[in-house]
Design a protein around this ligand. Structure first.
Ligand code: GLU
Length: 449
């Protein structure tokens, strides 16, 4: 922990380490928030007396369950399911489900912890939670994914409810999976409870713009960062890692705002396309065919595929890491800065390592943490909940305008909080402090629970 962190914060962190052994990503996420809180505890002695920080670091409830299912050949598989209901001070637990072989309790807790503050920053009435499974959907048939989702929901349903806990998608969970999960929830409970899941299909309770929201939101956030520096996306070269939902729609909005996205990636490597990523082709390859990014390069004359390697070697003005946690390390950050990159905006959750964040800060690169920059997805989930509750349906334009306003407001709040607490330009501190205070005030108001 950095040297100026007071002993009380050190003690809280040591206790988090002691009772959550081996959960490295969770430790990393907690540490990053705690490092910002010295200035808050100085001004709010009641948080120390009431152990508000300690309480926020401890999930309200953690559920771990067995998920048995059978593949198309009849072989039996056992996966592990998780739902960490972290904090409900501001509203029902809200956060996605991740299906990926890397999922374990520490990953779910890091994501759930981040989600508390991210959701607070949206200004919407949503608490923080996260879940998922170590199930790997890659290469699985639709029928296998459906059987897995049905088995997963057969346990999870008893913990959910529109006023209790409202999951959505994340890596490996999109509209298809949400459909199977919703179907099983409805079947077990005999309730058409639209507000129990977000990211639903447009024909049955889903909201326009939810699919695009995280990527669009990150681009809007980047635009707001440029705006305070008298700049815009016009003429900027942008590198977006990943090729999932966040990356695809991040690229779409970057192009609409006047920038050019020249590279994107998947776990096999990255493509560089100096003519600008062809979005129709990218969507065809990744969304329709569920193919590899190398297929894009094969069909596009201006593009080349680099197997393995680091996408951060591609020179750019703006980097939007949108793949997964800890994908951008200190070395990559140094290369980006050396090549003239001026903005790094986290589209994924915690894609930059602490060493990378430090290197970027030292090099004067403007940096936006995911809990602020990628909040557009969950904010639009909250808009979906609003529409479900009022049995209404808004237009694409209306929802997109709301999303753009929310992202600008989050930026303003982080920017102003950083100034108010003596660290102008430090959006990490601004996001952590603004999000934390909002949650802490509600936790405090609810008494010792
Ligand atoms: N998984 C997304 C996130 O990391 C969205 C969560 C939601 O919409 O509930 O924020």
């Amino acid at each position: 922990m950095s040297g100026d962190v007071p002993a009380t914060v050190h003690a809280i962190y040591d206790e988090v380490l002691r009772r959550n052994p081996g959960e490295t990503e969770f430790h990393q996420a907690v540490r990053e928030v705690l490092e910002s809180l010295a200035v808050v505890l100085d001004r709010h002695s009641e948080y120390t007396e009431m152990k508000t920080v300690e309480r926020i670091c401890e999930p309200e409830r953690q559920v771990i369950f067995r998920v048995p299912w059978q593949d198309d050949r009849g072989e039996v598989w056992i996966n592990r399911g998780f739902r960490v209901e972290f904090n409900s001070a501001l509203g029902p637990y809200k956060g996605g489900l991740r299906f990926h072989p890397s999922v374990n309790l520490g990953i779910v807790k890091f994501l759930g912890f981040e989600q508390i503050f991210k959701n607070a920053l949206t200004g919407m009435p949503i608490g923080g939670g996260k879940g998922g499974s170590d199930f790997d959907p890659k290469g699985r048939s639709d029928a296998e994914v459906m059987r897995f989702c049905q088995s997963f929901m057969t346990e999870l349903y008893r913990h959910l409810g529109e006023y209790t806990d409202v999951p959505a998608g994340d890596i490996g969970v999109g509209a298809r999976e949400i459909g199977y999960l919703f179907g099983q929830y409805k079947r077990i409970t005999n309730r058409y409870e639209s507000g129990v899941l977000t990211g639903k299909g447009l024909g049955w309770g889903g909201a326009l713009v939810r699919t695009e929201a995280t990527g669009y939101g990150a681009a809007f956030f980047a635009e707001a960062m440029m705006d305070v520096r008298g700049e815009s996306f016009d003429g900027k070269r942008v590198v977006v890692s990943g090729s999932g939902n966040v990356a695809v729609y991040g690229i779409e909005k970057v192009h609409q705002l006047g920038g050019t996205a020249v590279a994107c990636s998947d776990s096999s490597g990255y493509v560089v396309d100096d003519a600008g990523i062809d979005l129709d082709l990218l969507k065809q390859v990744k969304e329709v065919e569920r193919g590899r990014i190398s297929d894009y390069a094969e069909r596009r004359g201006s593009a080349s595929f680099v197997a393995g390697g680091s996408i951060w070697d591609v020179p750019c003005d703006v980097a939007i890491p949108s793949a997964t946690q800890n994908e951008l390390d200190g070395d990559a950050a140094a290369v980006l800065a050396r090549n003239g990159c001026r903005y790094v905006v986290e589209g994924a959750n915690m894609p930059a390592t602490p060493t990378a964040v430090k290197a970027l800060r030292e090099a004067g690169v403007a940096f936006a943490p995911g809990k602020a920059a990628n909040a557009g997805g969950v904010a639009t989930s909250a808009l979906e909940m609003q529409q479900n509750a009022s049995r209404d349906r808004w237009t694409f334009e209306h929802s997109e305008t709301r999303l753009a306003e929310i992202m600008r407001d989050i930026h303003t709040r982080c920017h102003e909080t950083a100034e108010e607490y003596g660290s102008p330009g430090d959006l990490v501190l601004g996001a952590n402090v603004a999000g934390f205070i909002q949650v802490a005030e509600a936790v405090h108001a609810h008494g010792l629970i």
